[in-house]
Design a protein around this ligand. Structure first.
Ligand SMILES: [Zn+2]
Length: 199
């Protein structure tokens, strides 16, 4: 088995997106323009988000983000006015990148079928300008379910990302114990990793 790359992130369920370095930093997103630097996030039910684009001068740019409901809403970063995907794309734009050119993917996560949440989560998500009421459904227990993948997708389209460049894998971590780890299923030992690297 290939050796695991360096762990570079101490994930804290917020919205910090930082440039990858040798140090382990606190945050929930990493980006790099350096070839050969593999960056990643680890998740159990949260959404691993991978982005790849080009900066002016054809310089590759990649990012890995960890998006739970806090990270996907501005709850994780009061004052920024958006969650970690908005923050990550904003970093890319800040370097001169065109969001339309981004290749993007959301990995396996807890999907709407199992993501029971409190109303406060829905309230936090509603603050996002891309929110649609269809992202909230009523679960069997009467509590709401949130479509976190759909919510991030709505943000992505709002940010100008191209639906034709979406490589997401809509597998539910709770539905697929044969393939995936899940906190909600009671497993606390394993995680999925979402890695990306400029080759
Ligand atoms: Zn499910």
């Amino acid at each position: 088995m290939e050796e695991l790359p360096l762990r570079r992130l101490n994930q804290v369920h917020q919205c910090g997106v930082v440039e990858a370095s040798e140090a382990v930093v606190e945050g929930d997103g990493l980006w790099t323009t350096s070839p050969g630097v593999r960056i990643g996030v680890r998740v159990a039910d949260c959404v691993p988000v991978l982005l790849a684009g080009l900066l002016p001068g054809q310089r590759p740019w990649v990012a890995a983000l960890h998006a739970g409901w806090r990270g996907a809403t501005e709850f994780g970063d009061p004052g920024f006015g958006g969650g970690i995907l908005r923050r990550g794309v904003s970093r890319y734009r800040g370097l001169g990148g065109d969001p339309k050119a981004l290749v993007w993917a959301f990995g396996p996560a807890i999907l709407a079928c199992h993501f029971e949440v409190g109303e406060e989560v829905i309230e936090a998500a509603r603050l996002d300008p891309a929110w649609q009421e269809s992202l909230r459904s009523q679960g069997p227990s009467g509590k709401p379910h949130l479509d976190l993948h759909g919510f991030l997708r709505a943000q992505a389209l709002d940010l100008g990302l191209d639906p034709a460049r979406d490589g997401s894998v809509a597998l539910c971590t709770v539905c697929r114990p044969d393939l995936l780890y899940s906190y909600r299923r009671g497993e606390t030992t394993g995680r999925q990793w979402g890695w990306i690297e400029i080759g």
